[in-house]
Ligand binder design. Sequence first.
Ligand code: SF4
Length: 253
Amino acid sequence: MSTATERREQLKTLYEQTRNCRLCALSETRTTVVFGAGNADAELMFVGEAPGKNEDEQGVPFVGQAGKLLEKLLAEIEMDRKDVFIANVIKCRPPGNRDPYPHEIDTCQQYLWRQIGLIEPTMICTLGNFSTKLLRGDPTGISKLHGQVEQRVIGPRAVRLYPLYHPAAALYTPSTLEMLRADFQRIPELLALGAPEQPREPELVAEPEPDRAPERDRAPERDRAPEPDRAPESERVPAQPPADSGGSQLGLF
Ligand code: SF4
């Protein structure tokens, strides 16, 4: 198993590979690749959908209103951004905050799988439909799955997968916020269980195909809702990370 320092160095290398990625057309419209941010040695990883306007400008995931809510919910369980690692399924902003296309998810998901493989979290909270469907390899929507923890083998390791509503879906819907908050409150007890039992023989599990079904349950605005610019209050985040400035995101993890 790698040390925290080794993981961070490996993540840096992966970031360097990702930040100039031109594998899909989103590279033509993005300002910056939003790789992810947080603790490279985190037990808990959050996986959202795609960068929005503010994230695209700042190079940091979840910096808008949805990000503020995520931070608030973390604070309520006595955690903050530096305790976790936050990433998205898609690393570049889809124009106009549209849904990612299936071929974009197909192309980009390799980076997420590699992030998970390097960080080796014991628990992954998927936020919303896109990440839940991708990591479960199943089209079941978040409204049926939220708050139901399950053990899944992702890459060579077993993790607890805990689907949650996307914070953006809870911004303007009090009942969704109530469910999200209740699900969040269980995170500490689930983390306290430690790593799930690992497969006896490490087995590489094929990356599931992204779901192509209509997104009936998707978050209305996700973390891509228009909102005032702000930098997250995290010691791991530079005050003003410049857009795509050649390694500016290396301070994020
Ligand atoms: S969305 Fe992903 S695959 Fe497409 S250009 Fe960005 S990093 Fe590359």
